[in-house]
Ligand binder design. Sequence first.
Ligand code: GLC
Length: 562
Amino acid sequence: MKWFLLALLALSALICGCSSGDVNNDDDHSAPADDDTHAVDDDAAGDDDTLNPDWYRTATFMQIFLRSFYDSNGDGIGDLRGLIVKLPYLAELGIGAIWLNPIYPSPFFDSGYDVADYEAINPDYGTLDDFRELLDRAHELGIRIVMDGVFNHSSWENPWFVESRSSRDNPKHDWYVWGDEPLFDCHDPLEPEFGQDRWTFDETVGQYYYHFFREQMPDLNYENADLREAVKNVVRFWFDLGVDGFRLDAAHLYYQDAEYCWNHPKTHAFLKELRQVADEYGDRVFVGEVAGAPEKVIEYLGDGRDELQAIINFNLTYGFYASYFLHTPWPIETMMDLTYERFPPGGTHAVYQSNHDFYRMFGLLLGDDDWAKMTSVVQLTLPGIAFVYYGEEVGMTNGHEVVVDYRDAARTPMHWDASPTAGFTTREPWIALAPNHATHNVAVEDGDPHSLLNHYRRVIAIRNARPVLAEGSYTPVVADSNHVFADLRQSADDSLLVVINFSAKPQEATLDLSPTSWGGRVGTPRDLYSGAELPHLDAFSAAAYPVSLPAYGFVILELVGD
Ligand code: GLC
């Protein structure tokens, strides 16, 4: 129950001392204007005026665990051609980019995060030609493809490691972290699934190799310049094929030693070098999976333009857990203050509720559709890049079968219809389906205007039509109910007020809009979601503007007529 421990940790961090500090509502997180200091390589694609280097900032991403998305050849395993078949579904949902969990050859000790060949496709999923076709078809539909870059470690079957462990004299021996004895201790008590012993003795070379994760996943040695160059060339290999970016796995762990277990200064230096590789192409993105205290993870954004373009904001996800179970927005507000509000100009974050490492949020919300609709509005109206986890949009719950480890609960096949295999495959799926596939699936929900799927379509359409939601400034608005969350989103030419009831009971609240840009305005707030109009707003009502919301209700308001 790691999520529970993490939520508790997040809560205790909030309770014991992280003061909410100064809220700087003027912080501008919009993309930095290009000027002479912006390092885009002269002779590379960066000169192409048709490139849009900021595409990722407003795209709604879907994270796809390919093995479980759609099986096109009846072997029970999702594959690239299956994803190609389902691209129109994603386009209709409003998805602008896909993050694919690892699709490389792998012995699967860690579900693909043990990469056996960095420049090939796992035959279970198809071929490099299938991948090329995926890129073409996705790009035609305006969908970008982001891969998982697993560069902290490889599989022990990766030829790099096979050579490294063949002899101390091998030129690649030093590409991994070896010691005549264990050199430092960096185990993570919150990740018991990876074991506690991080050094394994190798008989052939008579040394120990270091693995932060499983023994089948040796850590790469970033002290070695050839290794650093080899990693950059892997990135170039995929960029040259047309890949739009990487989610960088465990990027806070690249360098470890007796002084630093994570967040090593040299890791930042290397990520800055890697950023230059993205800049050679002009429109490629790195989203970092980095973990730690808010002030540490913010450092991965560098000065806003010289390190990672975006970080996954785990702290905010823990804020979601705490807020949803306490039925109050203050953990989210506090986490926004400790993270997003302090980002350097131009830096942004990926916001998600569920992913392949946690239990699915819908299961934690006890399969309550209304509760899930409310939480999705939180995610999809906060600033940053929204990452929807495949199946979240139809309300997939957690599975029960374990093939690799407990995290398989969130990696079960996509629910396409109500048939016994959920329309995922014509044969036996590689892992048992989640229990609610007969009720929560695309075919059933497609025809129901009130379904979770149609709700997601509607909210994503609003998000895509109003970029102020992804990019505008964020100003929390004071409400006189502990259950009500309100924030004003503002850009140069647009503004929206989002109001959400975190409680299972209806709420009557008043909002103090007077310190915000809506304080001096006159008009009728209109809900983009339902079309409903709210009471007139003017100078008299702004300080105590009344809002009435049903259980888990929400409105996304524009101001009409001033
Ligand atoms: C990341 C991945 C996780 C994996 C680990 C080791 O945290 O999200 O699934 O097990 O790295 O690669």
